[in-house]
Design a protein around this ligand. Structure first.
Ligand SMILES: NC(=O)c1ccc[n+]([C@@H]2O[C@H](COP(=O)([O-])OP(=O)(O)OC[C@H]3O[C@@H](n4cnc5c(N)ncnc54)[C@H](OP(=O)(O)O)[C@@H]3O)[C@@H](O)[C@H]2O)c1
Length: 218
């Protein structure tokens, strides 16, 4: 079923890649930004790349209000501020949180609680949060958007409806998703991202990601 998806901070590296892939899959996508003008400009560029008008741009809270569900893809330092700016608009909805906190110099594992757990605490029980996409490199998403991407996505959520919504969007983006347990497990996925960035640096890559072995999905 097609959905209307708001991408909070959708003008950035990860958000634009997801916007293109979800629009290609037939979803209605609203790119969110702190300013409507920047969002509209980003949407126009993405539509030009896509070759049709499938993406609109709005200020973040307006984007969330107009959507069925939302994903947070803001710069990591803006996590709390961005969540507070859309808290009211998110009530009753599912939020995917892609945040992977990284210290780019030390590349040490992030400290618990997971960013997605922190989001759940800030937003309250009226919003169901799922963590997803933390290990997916934005550079890979923007390449060949009509092709599946060689990457698996671990989805963590306390609420199974939120997990299923996230898994459906993982699939729509051309990736392979796995339910990976409760929301607190997202801290481990954030740690994997730190590990992947270390590997990217060592092997001079921009595309490090993960694949799961040994699990057959029914
Ligand atoms: N890049 C990746 O490969 C990748 C992969 C997996 C997960 N992630 C995670 O995804 C998130 C986004 O990463 P990114 O690389 O896409 O980030 P980014 O390009 O640096 O920034 C994304 C957007 O954040 C918004 N933003 C910046 N400061 C803000 C503030 N103070 N308040 C509200 N919004 C603000 C900006 O949107 P406006 O100026 O339009 O408001 C910007 O376009 C991060 O948490 C990251 O850990 C990234």
């Amino acid at each position: 079923m097609t959905k209307t998806i708001a991408i909070i901070g959708g003008t950035g590296a990860l958000g634009t890649g997801l916007a293109l892939r979800w629009a290609h899959a037939g979803h209605t996508v609203i790119v969110g930004s702190r300013t409507a003008e920047k969002a509209e400009a980003a949407a126009a560029e993405l539509n030009a790349e896509l070759g049709r008008e499938a993406i609109t741009g709005m200020e973040n809270a307006a984007a969330v209000a107009a959507a069925d569900l939302a994903i947070l893809t803001v710069e990591q330092a803006a996590h709390e501020a961005a969540l507070l700016s859309v808290k009211d608009a998110l009530q009753g909805k599912v939020l995917l949180d892609a945040t992977a906190r990284l210290s780019f110099h030390e590349l040490t594992p992030p400290v618990a609680p997971a960013a997605a757990r922190r989001a759940q605490e800030l937003l309250g029980a009226g919003v169901r949060v799922a963590a997803a996409f933390q290990t997916v490199p934005a550079a890979g998403l923007r390449k060949n958007i009509t092709e599946p991407m060689d990457s698996d996505v671990l989805v963590c959520a306390d609420d199974m409806d939120a997990a299923e919504a996230a898994l459906a969007l993982v699939h729509a983006a051309g990736l392979n998703g796995y339910y990976a347990g409760k929301l607190d497990n997202a801290i481990t996925v954030e740690g994997l991202t730190s590990l992947l960035v270390s590997m990217n640096k060592h092997y001079k890559s921009r595309h490090g990601t993960i694949r799961v072995a040994g699990i057959r999905k029914e």
